[in-house]
Design a protein. Sequence first.
Length: 182
Amino acid sequence: MGAAMDEDPLIAFHAGRGTDRRGRRVADVLAFDDRRLEAVHDYIQWLFPLAERSAFNPDAPLLTREAAARFAEDPVLRRSLLAALDRMLAFYGFARAGEAVADAPDLALRSERWLRPGDHNHLRLSRIVRCLAACGQPALAASLRDRLVALADAAPGRVTPATRAHWRALPPAPGRGGDHDR
């Protein structure tokens, strides 16, 4: 994976010293165009790791408590996580302003691709919120959660009741698991 054998693979990946299991660096993934972000399914667990194994990418490394603390404290790792957030927010039609998430001007157009019942991007968005909360970005996690809930409330037919309830419960208490996140 392109990092020292004893270094946490997620830390190495986000610090730019390592690669994911396909040999991609974080910069490579962030350079994906929108079509590739939609079609490829094994990068999100590297960009936004969780402590629970992914049912969709069981080989992805898990976020340890130590790694989560490093993301919260280390400016290089924090910048990488926020760069990943910015890229994914743009993909979904949102934008970050400090510690807040707002609608981007193209939200209506971009949300057509993911704001529909049962869409796999709902799982990705849940993962992003949970990762942000675990990695020392609770204000951003709460802001993104609030935007998702507001969208779900404004368009009830485009999000299942289960997804709406799940988003309302985010961010969960640290350590709570589940297969709701891709």
